[in-house]
Design a protein around this ligand. Structure first.
Ligand SMILES: Cc1cc2nc3c(=O)[nH]c(=O)nc-3n(C[C@H](O)[C@H](O)[C@H](O)COP(=O)(O)O)c2cc1C
Length: 201
C-alpha cells in the first residue's frame, strides 16, 4: 500500500501527526517501533549517535531513560541540543525531531523505574555506562552482588540513572513514495505556532 503525506492529509500539530504515525507503526507490530537514534555533539561539535527507547511522549516532549554519567549524558550536559530519529522501514517512514534536552523529575524517574523488570533494575545499578571495564566477568560479578543486596521488589532508583525529556523545536516527517519523489514535511516552531514547509526529497 502506498502511503502519502500531503498538505490535505497532514495534521497541523506535529505532536499529533507523530502520534498518528507512531500509532500506525505500533499497530502494525513493526519490530522496535519505539527505538530511536539519539544524536548528541560534544563541546567541539564532534557528533555521536546511539539507539535508545522512547518511553513516552506528549506536548511536553519525548522521554527516554539512561545513565546520567554516560557519554551521552556528559555531552548533553554541555550541549542541550539533540536530534532524535525514527525509521519504520515497513511503511517507508522516517521522522526527525530536533530539540532541547532536560532531565525529568525524580518522581517521574522513580515511577518509571518501578515498572522495569527486576533484571533491568539491577542492570541500571550494575553498569557504569560508557566506562572501560576489565572484562565481562566484572559485570556479571557485580550483577550477582547486587542481586544479594537488593531482592526483587526492593531495588531503589540509582541516583545516577533517570529520564530525559526532549522538547521539540522542529520535526521532519519523511514518507517514501515511488520514483524517489518522496514527501518531506518540516514543522518549525515559531513562538506558539508551527510553520509547515515542504522540502525537496
Ligand atoms: C535498540 C536499542 C535500544 C537501546 N535503548 C537504550 C536506552 O533506552 N537507554 C540507554 O541508556 N541505552 C540504550 N541502548 C544502548 C545505547 O545504544 C548505548 O550503547 C548506551 O546508552 C551507551 O551510549 P553512550 O556511551 O553514547 O552514552 C540501546 C541500544 C539499542 C541497540
Amino acid at each position: 500500500m502506498t502511503h502519502t503525506l500531503t498538505e490535505s492529509n497532514l495534521i497541523q500539530d506535529p505532536v499529533v501527526q507523530f502520534k498518528h504515525w507512531y500509532g500506525e507503526a505500533k499497530n502494525l507490530n513493526i519490530e522496535m517501533y519505539d527505538a530511536m537514534a539519539l544524536a548528541t555533539a560534544d563541546e567541539s561539535g564532534v557528533p555521536s549517535a546511539r539507539m535508545v527507547l522512547l518511553k513516552g511522549f506528549d506536548h511536553d516532549g519525548f522521554v527516554f531513560y539512561t545513565n546520567y554519567n554516560s557519554v551521552k549524558a556528559q555531552e548533553m550536559e554541555k550541549n542541550s541540543s539533540v536530534c532524535l530519529l525514527f525509521y519504520w522501514k515497513e511503511i517507508e517512514r522516517q521522522v526527525r525531531i530536533w530539540g532541547q534536552i532536560e532531565k525529568v523529575s525524580r518522581q517521574e524517574s522513580e515511577a518509571y523505574f518501578k515498572t522495569r523488570p527486576y533484571d533491568s533494575q539491577l542492570g541500571a545499578w550494575a553498569s557504569d555506562q560508557s566506562t572501560i571495564i576489565p572484562d565481562r566477568n566484572h559485570l556479571e560479578q557485580r550483577f550477582d552482588e547486587l542481586m544479594k543486596k537488593y531482592p526483587e521488589g526492593n531495588v531503589p532508583l540509582p541516583d545516577f540513572w533517570g529520564g530525559y525529556r526532549v522538547t521539540p523545536d522542529a520535526f521532519e516527517f519523511w514518507q517514501g513514495r515511488p520514483s524517489r519523489l518522496h514527501d518531506r514535511i518540516k514543522y518549525i516552531k515559531k513562538g506558539d505556532d508551527w510553520e509547515i514547509v515542504r522540502l525537496a526529497p
